[in-house]
Design a protein around this ligand. Structure first.
Ligand SMILES: Nc1nc2c(ncn2[C@@H]2O[C@H](COP(=O)(O)OP(=O)(O)OP(=O)(O)O)[C@@H](O)[C@H]2O)c(=O)[nH]1
Ligand SMILES: [Mg+2]
Ligand SMILES: [Zn+2]
Length: 350
């Protein structure tokens, strides 16, 4: 049985070939200007409108996404759907509404960028690391402005201690230190997303890697060393060597949207300890047989680390309690996809 049995003939077949077969084509979102998106397609760059987000519609688009496009005869090109993402770096959107904000889609590597000056903050780094592991991409820590900081070695040591197994680089866009080392992540067809606070030198790094001034940069404030939020939209840049780099506006805060894998990876020791408590619902206060208390008393577990874990757990549980059923289901599906991906990564099949 086929549709010919139902009257499908050359008359319809010809129409089909003329329209449907050639109306859909793929494109990648390379810049996000809010209502407008810039998309790269086989026939060049296009500007398309962001599809209206109806209530309950989960079509969220982000720079790095691959989309199915359709050119309506003689009119605009429309985004019809978004292809399933290989990775997504998310955070909880700012504001009262409980919403996921995708910061970067389909990145292979995320550079977590902090500068070695006053911006350097281990707690923040921990947070970015968790979100990065949850994104499905491989995190790499990049410490910028090595030219103006005397204690680089100490800070590198601290990062190695907090993020075991993660590569860490100290670089300078001024002296060129470390720049050649990080080019290895920028392979043809691979995408690196840059994430960090304002003023750490993300756009400067893109310009340094590109060898020309593609993006606008601006000096940090003298009084408190903070950035001026120079970059205002996300943009994907194709480097001369073929790698793709996704610049983002500096984030003020990174509120975790969801974490399972990321917390597991970053706090494996604590997650294992908790399982050793005598009572499965142990609150780790004064219950007998509490493995956490024992580890704290014998200093096997650092108090600082335990406090971090508690705070992050609380934050994640709070976010979870605010989500509706649909959001939770989407998270679950993402979690499953991610764990498959992480397993392959652990096996070196990446
Ligand atoms: N000394 C020194 N300054 C740097 C380095 N990299 C960047 N800067 C300076 O830091 C300032 C901020 O750099 P940007 O590249 O605009 O920072 P950004 O991270 O893109 O900031 P936002 O777009 O606001 O998120 C500029 O004045 C840069 O020249 C570096 O390696 N060494
Ligand atoms: Mg910038
Ligand atoms: Zn306990």
């Amino acid at each position: 049985m086929n549709i010919k049995d139902y009257g499908w003939n050359d008359f319809f077949e010809t129409q089909w070939k003329e329209t449907a077969e050639r109306i859909m084509f793929p494109g990648r979102i390379i810049a996000d200007f809010g209502q407008q998106l810039k998309v790269m397609t086989d026939s060049g760059e296009l500007t398309v409108g962001r599809p209206l987000q109806k209530e309950g519609n989960s079509l969220q688009l982000a720079v790095g996404d691959w989309v199915g496009l359709e050119t309506v005869q003689g009119a605009d090109t429309l985004v019809r759907f978004v292809l399933t993402r290989k990775t997504k770096f998310s955070r909880a959107a700012a504001g009262i509404e409980v919403k996921e904000q995708i910061v970067a889609a389909n990145a292979d590597t995320v550079f977590i960028i902090q500068s070695l000056n006053r911006d350097f903050n281990m707690k923040r780094l921990e947070r970015y690391m968790i979100a990065a592991w949850d994104s499905g991409a491989v995190p790499v820590v990049v410490l910028t402005k090595a030219d103006c900081c005397g204690d680089t070695a100490d800070k590198l040591g601290m990062v190695y201690g907090t993020a075991p197994g993660v590569e860490v680089h100290a670089i300078s866009s001024v002296t060129g230190q470390g720049i050649e080392d990080i080019r290895k992540y920028l392979l043809p067809g691979k995408t690196v997303a840059l994430l960090g606070s304002s003023g750490v030198g993300k756009s400067t790094l893109v310009n340094t890697l590109a060898g020309e001034e593609i993006l606008k940069t601006q000096s940090i404030r003298e009084d408190d060393s903070r950035g001026r939020h120079t970059t205002t939209h996300r943009e994907l840049v194709l480097l001369p060597g073929g790698g793709l780099i996704l610049d983002t506006p500096g984030m003020r805060t990174l509120s975790l949207w969801d974490s399972d894998t990321g917390m597991d990876i970053m706090f494996r020791d604590i997650e294992e300890l908790v399982l050793k408590c005598r009572f499965h619902d142990c609150k780790h206060r004064d219950e007998p047989g509490c493995a956490v208390r024992e580890a704290l008393e014998t200093e096997k577990l650092e108090k600082k680390r335990w406090d971090s874990w508690l705070k992050l757990q609380k934050e994640i549980a709070f976010m979870e309690s605010k989500k509706d059923g649909k959001q939770r289901l989407q998270e679950k599906q993402w979690g499953r996809q991610l764990s498959k991906y992480q397993k392959n990564f652990a096996k070196g099949k990446f």
